[in-house]
Design a protein. Structure first.
Length: 198
């Protein structure tokens, strides 16, 4: 390994240490979202550290073909320490501003989507329902009106015919109607008594 490669390796690992500090800081900031779920928290933790290991190894591989030396670990620790000593407070403020900005953008987009897409769809749906109910009410009204128009002459004709029927025939018809009502009542009572027995 030449001196140039060694120098680039050290610089890269110092940068990797700073990156690792930033990644850990960001991870810890959002850790509260899943910390209460223990199993999920363990899985996320393992995946996070595996990802960071792969990123750092890929960086090392790009610089010196993946040769691991003791001074590489020292450079990594130096980068991480430099982040904690010099950059941590600045990055925390920057991260909070980025979170606030992202939340503001999200709220703005949510309001825009709700205002221009969801609310018009709801209004259109309500309008369609109102039109359908109005049409249904109109159809019912027309049906009732037609029924009255058609039934009224039939009723008049029936009343006229009933007046022409002799009294003896009226009495027989009334007797038959009463007999039918009695049979109907007996059947209904019989059904009720069967249901009670069950």
């Amino acid at each position: 390994m030449t001196l140039t490669v060694q120098f680039l390796t050290i610089i890269s690992m110092i940068a990797g240490g700073i990156y690792l500090g930033i990644a850990i800081e960001t991870f810890r900031r959002f850790e509260g979202a899943w910390k209460k779920r223990k199993v999920f928290s363990y899985i996320i933790e393992i995946c996070f550290w595996l990802l960071q290991s792969l990123i750092l190894f890929y960086l090392l591989f790009r610089v010196n073909q993946g040769e691991l030396r003791f001074y590489i670990l020292l450079a990594l620790l130096c980068g991480y320490s430099a982040y904690n000593a010099l950059l941590k407070s600045y990055y925390q403020r920057l991260l909070e501003r980025m979170i606030v900005s992202c939340l503001s953008i999200y709220r703005f987009l949510y309001r825009m989507v709700h205002l221009f897409f969801i609310r018009p769809i709801i209004r259109i749906f309500q309008l369609i329902l109102s039109i359908l109910f109005a049409l249904w009410g109109g159809l019912v009204w027309v049906a009732v009106l037609l029924y009255k128009i058609v039934f009224y002459p039939i009723r008049l004709i029936g009343m006229f015919i009933w007046r022409l029927v002799p009294k003896n025939a009226k009495n027989k018809i009334s007797h038959l109607a009463g007999f039918y009502s009695k049979i109907k009542n007996k059947i209904v009572n019989w059904k009720h008594s069967d249901k009670k027995d069950e």
